[in-house]
Design a protein around this ligand. Structure first.
Ligand SMILES: CC(=O)SCCNC(=O)CCNC(=O)[C@H](O)C(C)(C)COP(=O)(O)OP(=O)(O)OC[C@H]1O[C@@H](n2cnc3c(N)ncnc32)[C@H](O)[C@@H]1OP(=O)(O)O
Length: 429
């Protein structure tokens, strides 16, 4: 599969659509440094980043050569070698309820040059990604988004939500259990391998998390090249009483006018066990010379309110959509996860793009589903984006029904699909 996804030819339907507008869709040869650098520069520009240095380009090339890398080119402009559209993709193991890792088509770095916006380039790129994934038999596509208004039209639904916190550490006291294990400072270079293993355990432990590529893992363990705050990064590891590495926190301390009121901006808190989670939270809350801890991309069930003396000193300042899921193969996707309640349900899925539409009978027994096409009348009818929203266990069916994005017995759907622990994705990709 790994090789196929890299070499699968470019999607003809999108190539034709773009050619009609004088544009060329092409896979980028990532072993050609000059061509890849042009793609990386366009990608940085698309996300309003600075001009990447040679050092940054070299590092990114090394990390990202084995991703499927697509560019859209306008051969009529002077800078024809610089793509006017970018996207990349790879197959990421997505943890689903029950713990299986389902190879999912992860799409990232979708950008279109502002000089070429709203001509259908993103439409062509997304269509190409989804048709390619479907052709290769990948049952699910996933992405994280810059704006939540874009991807619903291609059948993606928000499947996990993330919370952002600001904690007044001059106000709260630790009210959790006694903490165990050892905390110590380390350096990213010394900790990479261990950190990646800890991340692997974190990602496998929760529906909604994905296995990290080396690039994404290293980015949260420590700063990559060109990070303007690199000298401010701190990395603290947690090891269990028996010496097992089970967590880490990476963070930046922000300068303050008042020396006793610094802000700590957490890059990533990795906790593979409850003991690691409590020890690392306690560490953050008890830092001297710090008045505020800021952290985002936590689950909606982050237990912080119960770990502090003063609940209102730990504020959730935002909750927003995070992982978006697009089901491409209903029987494969529904059959891959486990369910916490047995039952039977007939669902009718509508899909404008034609990948997942149909009527399916689900029989859940012992937590496992068998899914077959049926002609029986449906209990629930929903667009594929709504199926993506409930797939990982988020109990959204009632809200989707309220919004007109699902009809029929929403409670029955929630009963079968929801999980006691809500899904979470704690990283960006
Ligand atoms: C997975 C990721 O990588 S998320 C990152 C997305 N990228 C960014 O945010 C970078 C900055 N933005 C961009 O590069 C571009 O504006 C993109 C990629 C978002 C859109 O590219 P375009 O080529 O202009 O989009 P395209 O012309 O194909 O539009 C397709 C449809 O999406 C709509 N659309 C596109 N962008 C937006 C937007 N930002 N807000 C609302 N609707 C949008 C279009 O109106 C069009 O709608 P239609 O289906 O009703 O016709």
């Amino acid at each position: 599969m790994t090789e196929t996804y890299l070499t699968q030819p470019i999607d003809e339907q999108s190539a034709r659509a773009l050619a009609e507008g004088g544009l060329r869709l092409s896979l980028v040869d990532t072993s050609d440094d000059a061509a890849f650098d042009e793609w990386l520069r366009a990608d940085h520009r698309g996300f309003l980043g600075g001009r990447p240095s040679d050092e940054t380009l070299r590092e990114t090339r090394d990390y990202q050569r084995d991703l499927r890398t697509t560019g859209v080119y306008d051969d009529s402009i002077p800078a024809a070698a610089s793509p006017v559209g970018t996207a990349n993709s790879w197959i990421a193991p997505l943890t689903v309820p029950g713990g299986a890792a389902v190879g999912s088509w992860a799409i990232s770095n979708v950008t279109v040059a502002p000089t070429h916006r709203r001509r259908g380039i993103a439409r062509a790129l997304l269509g190409a990604e989804l048709r390619t994934a479907h052709a290769l038999g990948v049952p699910i596509a996933i992405l994280t988004v810059s704006e939540s208004v874009i991807y619903g039209r291609w059948g993606f639904g928000p499947a996990t939500f993330a919370s952002e916190w600001r904690v007044d550490t001059k106000r709260v006291r630790w009210a959790g259990p006694a903490t165990t294990g050892t905390l110590s400072f380390t350096e990213p270079e010394a900790y990479r391998e261990t950190g990646r293993a800890v991340l692997h355990a974190v990602m496998a432990s929760r529906a909604g998390e994905i296995e990290q590529t080396p690039y994404h893992a290293d980015r949260v363990i420590g700063p990559l090249k060109g990070n303007s705050l690199a000298d401010k990064y701190r990395l603290v590891r947690y090891d269990s009483p028996t010496g097992e590495p089970e967590g880490f926190v990476s963070y930046v301390v922000k300068d303050a006018d008042d020396f006793v009121r610094h802000t700590v901006d957490v890059t990533y808190l990795a906790a593979a066990t409850d003991e690691a989670l409590t020890a690392l939270w306690r560490y953050l809350l008890e830092l001297d010379l710090v008045a505020e801890v800021h952290i985002d991309t936590r689950g909606v069930d982050e237990p912080l309110h119960h770990l502090v003396s003063d609940v209102r000193g730990a504020r959730v300042v935002g909750v927003q959509d995070h992982l978006w899921v697009r089901i491409l193969d209903v029987p494969a996707a529904l059959g891959a996860r486990r369910y916490e309640q047995d039952g039977e349900l007939t669902i009718e899925v509508t899909d404008d793009m034609g990948f997942a539409g149909g009527r399916y009978r689900m029989r859940v027994s012992g937590g496992e589903a068998t899914v077959e096409s049926t002609t029986a009348s449906p209990d629930v009818t929903l667009p594929v984006a709504s199926l993506g929203s409930v797939y990982l266990g988020h109990d959204a069916a009632r809200h989707l029904a309220l919004a007109g994005k699902l009809t029929g017995d929403a409670d029955a759907l929630d009963r079968v699909f929801r999980t006691a622990v809500p899904p979470r994705l704690s990283t960006w990709f």
